[in-house]
Design a binder for this molecule. Structure first.
Ligand SMILES: C[S@@+](CC[C@H](N)C(=O)[O-])C[C@H]1O[C@@H](n2cnc3c(N)ncnc32)[C@H](O)[C@@H]1O
Length: 208
């Protein structure tokens, strides 16, 4: 893929997701999730469960900010204080995230995780492998580990599946191992006995 192909790949992704999310009605549908709120909770709460200590959290692909809002609440129930930051390709979705998270407006950015220069380091970063073309996945993950995370910070790589795809093929942790990354731990989000979310944790090996 040359630079033009990569540019077009991202333009296509943004067009497709933005069109669907902006037309949706509920907060979770505007974050790309279809199904009832109970399923959203079952499939997304596992992300907050990975956060055992208070710290900064960057959601790469924050859409309308609903996951950030939920994670603040879920972690807060356990006394874990999360400072929420977000990044998304879509200016309009980041606009909605700013409305949702008014007190944190200045921490929500329009940009591409593959190229963005973070203004600080984060204790937790969430993303997905499907946010970049296949040939960029290795450098994307390496870049987050080296340039986005505090020493010892945790990269939470999520994979979300529909009920029809639940048991199809290798999950994100297998893909990361195949690429040579050390997956420290892994959790699943289940709905009616089907695993629909998996979150693989990879730790930054930087020395503090
Ligand atoms: C499925 S939503 C995720 C919503 C929420 N964070 C969650 O985990 O449920 C995916 C979002 O990622 C954004 N996105 C995709 N690729 C991206 C990239 N390379 N950099 C920044 N945002 C990206 C899309 O614009 C979209 O809003």
């Amino acid at each position: 893929m040359n630079d033009d192909d990569i540019k077009q790949w991202f333009a296509g992704l943004q067009r497709e997701l933005e069109t669907a999310y902006l037309a949706a009605e509920t907060a979770w549908q505007q974050s790309g999730f279809s199904g009832p709120i109970e399923r959203w909770v079952a499939c997304r709460r596992v992300i907050a469960d990975c956060m055992k200590e208070s710290g900064t959290f960057l959601d790469i692909g924050c859409a309308n900010g609903y996951l950030l809002e939920c994670v603040l609440g879920w972690a807060g129930e356990r006394g874990v204080e999360i400072d929420p930051w977000g990044l998304d390709l879509s200016e309009r979705l980041v606009g909605w995230a700013k409305e949702r998270l008014g007190n944190h407006k200045e921490k929500l950015f329009v940009g591409n995780g593959l190229f963005w220069e973070p203004p600080r380091l984060f204790d937790y970063v969430r993303t997905e492998l499907c946010y970049v073309p296949n040939e960029c996945v290795h450098s994307y993950i390496e870049r987050i580990l080296n340039e986005y995370l505090t020493p010892g910070g945790k990269l939470l790589v999520a994979e979300y599946r529909s009920r029809g795809q639940s048991s199809s093929g290798p999950w994100v942790d297998d893909n990361l191992r195949e690429l040579g990354f050390a997956v420290e731990s892994c959790v699943g989000g289940f709905w009616q006995s089907q695993e629909l979310t998996r979150v693989a944790m990879v730790c930054s090996s930087k020395i503090g």
